[in-house]
Design a protein around this ligand. Structure first.
Ligand code: 4AD
Ligand code: MG
Length: 432
């Protein structure tokens, strides 16, 4: 009696020859050579070649395979054979074949695919491409690794609202929404809610979307992106940096372990990180940029050009530490003996990618934070609950936010951040 097992492409590629299997998938391509029709089938696990020979395969099966159009959903049943000519050295010799949902003529032709904007207009279809699939599988490892990393370190995963009333990272990139006649915004960062959760949970992390009305059309800005943020009580900045670099190293290792094939498809060579990552100060970064003709004033954030040049000068990710207060949000703690310099750092990816995370120590004392709020001249009203936290047992604490798409962009070696999202949102794109 023959054994038929429901299977998938990955299982077929590692199955014993002569195994009888059945699998579902989509038609990637088709060719007929002599009396043999070959179909490349894709499913969630990978790719496998199907073949059917006229005369050997039942006629109706042969005809069905020949008529299957690209991207039709199909079911195939057959026998696994070793064949050096097949991709991966294996194919499925088909005994039965059914078209489940046939596809019209595929609109993404070779010449149409040369236009990036066309591919993004057709993103609902173009995401079936090999490189997009590889990228999404790598992205999923970036996220999955974070869950494992924080669980192992005893961090509690929390959630926070998306409708908020306060800016975490400055008012200029807020998306305003009408909340029953009141002004509300889409959250830029969940940091303040994490801080509020500290006295309850001590070590928390969060994984959720963040929104920024970025008017810049660059390869690193999305208007909606996913952020992984962590916050820890009773800590100082060095421990915070160690937690962050540990996370990135863990993610890279995980991707190398589980997504070799996807890295190959993307032509990406990636190496394990060796910790601790290099650290340079903001002042050193500024001097370096100036020597390369990209000078900027002390106190300003790095210009795009300076960030790019410094990023290109490193082979592995590294930290830039000690940013001026004037380039940071109000909650940052400064050094006692250097009141204009914050205990904060950016994690910079090499190869021109630039910032992928920001980390820092927060002001824990009420008066100090109020002073900052006053001096920066904004309303304390919407922040009242955040400020009040400092009256009820707020110890020294630190945290960070790392962007999922920026991290994926660097790990997968993508030219543009939009390729790191399934349906990216930028200033000029809100569909599909
Ligand atoms: O550096 P940011 O603005 O820091 C914060 O929001 C802190 N409150 C986080 C925290 O400490 N809990 O954002 C953190 C990271 C950036 O380093 C970057 O990776 C990503 O979020 N990010 C963006 N990614 C894509 N498009 C944008 N417009 C981004 N803005 C920030
Ligand atoms: Mg930042």
């Amino acid at each position: 009696m023959r054994v038929v097992r429901a299977s998938n492409a990955a299982e077929v590629m590692s199955a014993k020859a002569e195994a009888h299997v059945k699998l579902n998938g989509w038609v990637v391509s088709k060719s007929t050579v002599g009396g043999v029709v070959f179909l490349l089938l894709r499913d969630g696990s990978g790719y496998v070649q199907l073949s059917a020979k006229k005369g050997t395969t039942p006629d109706s099966v042969f005809v069905a395979m020949k008529s299957a159009t690209r991207e039709s959903a199909v079911t195939a049943e057959g026998v696994v054979r070793e064949d050096k000519r097949a991709p991966g050295g294996r194919e499925l010799q088909v005994k039965d074949f059914t078209i489940i949902a046939s596809a019209e003529t595929w609109p993404i032709t070779k010449s149409a695919a040369k236009s990036a904007s066309y591919l993004y207009d057709k993103r609902h279809l173009s995401i079936r491409g090999r490189k997009v699939i590889a990228t999404m599988k790598i992205r999923a490892e970036v996220i999955g690794a974070s869950f494992d990393y924080f669980r192992e370190k005893g961090f509690v995963l929390i959630s926070a609202p998306t409708f908020v009333q306060a800016a975490v990272e400055g008012g200029s990139t807020l998306f305003e929404v009408d909340y029953f006649g009141k002004k509300a915004y889409l959250s830029q960062s969940a940091q303040f809610y994490e801080e509020a959760a500290l006295p309850a949970l001590e070590k928390v992390w969060i994984f959720q979307p963040a929104f920024r009305a970025e008017k810049s059309r660059t390869a690193k800005h999305l208007t909606e992106f996913w952020m992984i943020e962590a916050e820890q009580a009773f800590t100082e900045q060095p421990e915070n940096m160690a937690l962050l670099e540990g996370l990135l190293a863990f993610i890279v290792k995980r991707v190398l372990e589980r997504r070799k094939e996807e890295l190959r498809i993307l032509g990406r060579s990636l190496k394990e990180l060796s910790l601790p990552l290099p650290r340079i100060t903001y002042d050193e970064a500024r001097e370096f940029a100036a020597r390369k003709g990209a000078s900027f004033e002390w106190g300003e954030d790095l210009t795009t050009e300076a960030e790019r040049i410094i990023s290109l000068s490193h082979e592995s990710p590294f930290f830039i530490t000690d940013y001026p207060l004037s380039a940071r949000s109000f909650y940052h703690m400064t050094y006692r003996d250097r009141p204009k310099v914050t205990r904060s750092a950016d994690l910079i990816a090499p190869e021109g990618v630039g910032e992928i995370a920001t980390c820092g120590q927060r002001i824990a004392e009420y008066e100090e934070l109020m002073e900052r709020v006053r001096s920066q001249d904004f309303s304390a009203e919407s922040l009242s609950w955040y400020l009040e936290l400092r009256k009820y047992g707020m110890p020294p604490h630190t945290g960070f936010g790392i962007g999922v798409e920026r991290t994926t962009r660097w790990i997968a070696g993508l030219k543009h951040i939009r390729a790191a999202g399934l349906f990216p949102r930028t200033m000029t794109r809100i569909s599909p």
